[in-house]
Design a protein around this ligand. Structure first.
Ligand code: ADP
Length: 402
């Protein structure tokens, strides 16, 4: 029997998300989340989707990622799908930063782990957890291939003129300061699905992909390759996000240091965790912001307007970068679910060939779909992202090709 199952692990700083996917039919066998790892209030939410066992919860301290993954393994084993199952082909890990060297899905060995560790200074929040997740999985199943799939990979095709900041080259190179881009697994998956929706090969279409979740990023994709993306050295640059500022004048940092006496760490925390929609109006959930707007709340309205203004600027910029655009594609929590955001983002862009059909936009649904009127020169699409499936596809393809 050829093993066809892939366990996808997404290890964050205090959480592990996982999915067990059978690549024979791309069905999900189990999904779950271990959260608040390291705290007294840790929880594990496990849902077997095959066999109909129903959701299970565990509460109580999971001391570290080791303990969390062991608990996950126990839950899977209880469903007869444990890590020792001969049907398991590979464990696929989401790794946030692959830097300049790790640009394709990669079989993990010591050298690869070292490189992921070497990149910790440019991904201090994510890469340490990713390394821990890989090490624990290796300990639990030493004989099983582990594949790392990098968030930065899709963007590694960016031309040098988009990837470089206009700063002193020697300083930049010495400290690996350049634009890497993130959410690449999503941008890659969504670009492919959007091309499918348009009935074309990815190599034939130019797309502006807007991944709008809690984190948000835009990318300009020409013929299946990334030409530019809005996140940079870290996931802070670009669009207005749930709690991140996105683009600001870098001098704001010096100003806050000199005038407000804030330390580097304080400014870092401000821009990453207390800015964006949350900083502007106290809420980072677009649903709540829309509810407040309906009640006439001025701060929520302004936060929404700032969010849309930035989004529109990126649509315009990437239109110019690409020259011709086949479709603007919305994805992730806000992009897939918020009709008002989609409508506002392309409002007034008829001269660029962009329009949204009110009814199609409002219709909702879980499938990839077009929401532009039939006459629109540039299509507008909603394409649900599926980073776990993409990680599973890439990991499985790598081990299947060995
Ligand atoms: P993450 O970046 O955490 O993976 P998601 O892609 O799941 O985020 O997006 C989460 C965000 O999606 C929420 O913070 C919320 O703002 C937004 N969202 C989810 N559902 C809706 C909805 N029905 N309408 C508007 N926004 C929504």
């Amino acid at each position: 029997m050829t093993p066809t199952r892939v366990l996808v692990l997404n290890s964050g700083s205090s959480s592990v998300k996982y999915q067990l996917i059978d690549m024979a039919d791309r069905s999900r066998l189990a999904v779950g989340l271990a959260e608040r790892i390291g705290e007294e209030t840790s929880a594990l939410h496990h849902e077997p989707l095959a066999g109909g066992g129903g959701k299970r919860e565990r509460h109580g301290r999971l001391a570290d990622h080791d303990a969390a993954l062991e608990a996950v393994a126990e839950e899977l084993a209880a469903d007869g799908m444990g890590l020792d199952s001969p049907e398991l082909a590979v464990i696929g890990h989401r790794v946030v930063h692959g830097g300049l060297k790790l640009t394709v899905p990669t079989l993990v060995d010591d050298a690869v782990l070292k490189e992921i560790e070497r990149l910790i200074p440019v991904a201090p929040l994510h890469n340490p957890a990713n390394v821990t997740g890989i090490r624990t999985a290796q300990r639990l199943r030493p004989d099983l291939p582990q594949v790392a799939v990098f968030d930065t990979a899709f963007h590694s095709a960016m031309p040098e003129h988009a990837a470089r900041y206009a700063i002193d080259v020697e300083t930049a190179d010495a400290h690996r300061v350049r634009r890497y881009g993130f959410h690449g697994t999503s941008h890659a998956y969504v670009s492919r699905k959007a091309a499918e929706l348009l009935g074309k090969d990815p190599s034939e279409v130019n797309l502006i992909v807007l991944h709008l979740g809690n984190g948000a990023s835009a990318s300009a994709v020409r013929g299946g390759r990334c030409e530019d993306t809005s996140m940079g050295l870290t996931p802070l640059e670009g669009l207005v996000m749930g709690t991140r500022s996105g683009d600001i004048d870098p001098a704001v940092v010096f100003h806050l240091g000199r005038v407000a006496g804030m330390s580097m760490d304080e400014v870092d925390e401000l821009l990453n965790k207390r800015s964006g929609l949350l900083g502007l109006c106290g809420d980072n959930d677009m649903r709540q912001i829309r509810r407040r707007m309906a009640e006439g709340d001025a701060a929520a309205r302004l936060a929404f307007d700032i969010y849309i203004h930035r989004l529109k600027k990126y649509i315009g910029a990437y239109y110019a970068v690409l020259g011709t655009v086949d479709a603007v594609v919305f994805t992730a929590g806000v992009g897939e679910n918020s009709a008002p955001v989609r409508e506002a983002a392309v409002a007034g862009l008829a001269e660029l060939g962009l329009a949204v059909d009110g009814e199609l936009n409002a219709a909702g649904g879980k499938e990839a779909r077009l929401i532009s009127p039939s006459y629109a020169r540039v299509k507008v699409a909603v394409v649900p992202t599926d980073e776990e499936l993409e990680i599973a596809e890439q990991s499985y393809a790598l081990v299947a090709s060995r």
